[in-house]
Design a protein around this ligand. Sequence first.
Ligand code: A3P
Length: 286
Amino acid sequence: MTGTFLYKGIKFVSNVHTEESLNYAENEFAVQDDDIFNITYPKSGTNWMIEILNLIKYKGNAELSNQVPIYVRSPWYEIANSREQIAALTRPRIITSHLAHQLFAKSFFKSKAKIVYTMRNPKDIFVSSYHFSKIMNFYKDPTSFQDDLENFLQGNELFGSWFDHVKGWMQMKDDSRFFYITYEELLQDLRGCVVRICKFLEQDLDDAAIDSVVKHSTFKVMKDNKMANWSTVPSEVMDHSKGSIMRKGVSGDWKNHFTVAQSEYFDTFYKDQMKDFNVKLFWEDN
Ligand code: A3P
């Protein structure tokens, strides 16, 4: 595994990110008014949203989805080698980021660009991340489930604390440039979510186009699509023999991993961290 480093108190992967790339992302990156940002805490459904947004951009036409790797269609703009890929994007650019709100591009806040922010039950994020770290060579190897859980809760994770990420970004919840959604809503009613996202992006798609967006962004289709399932990532970066980023694609898998005590411990921590957060999130009621 490559090392990690702290940038303004948040942990990043060495080489994938650099001080320079993060400083560029925060202070120099020029946001364009028609940019669409796909922002998530890792393992919240980032790739799913890339697929949805790109299919909406092309009115349901899946040609590029079947030809260009998903991480090239909408690169993470904070990573060190993404500049050329970003420069090659056609407008409106669909750009991905895991950055915390306080590290995000300053030029965004003076622009008319838009953000789609996807959240997911943090217990499922933790489980997804635990498995992902076993296949990604630049992630740390998981130590033990319990130790990793503690790191997750304490925010000692890549891209920082989930709680801070959500609370930071959700300060924008009433901003007309900001749209938030959850992984669980996407699972429950993908079509309805696609319609809502189209409305936010002011994209007028007919029923057939919406059907096509939905069809090409289902778990099964993405899992089988080499351009969406990360099988194009070199094996020195990702050990494909150990698993896939398209792992289960369900909500509630945490129940197969957490003990009752771990779940209760998580809930107590969660309640304390989120006590002043006044938005009900999907998994809190379901
Ligand atoms: P699991 O590991 O729980 O299966 P990210 O893209 O942010 O890295 O998130 C990856 C998670 O999103 C994985 O979760 C993956 O299976 C899930 N995912 C990706 N595409 C999906 C889809 N079309 N439908 C449901 N889940 C999807």
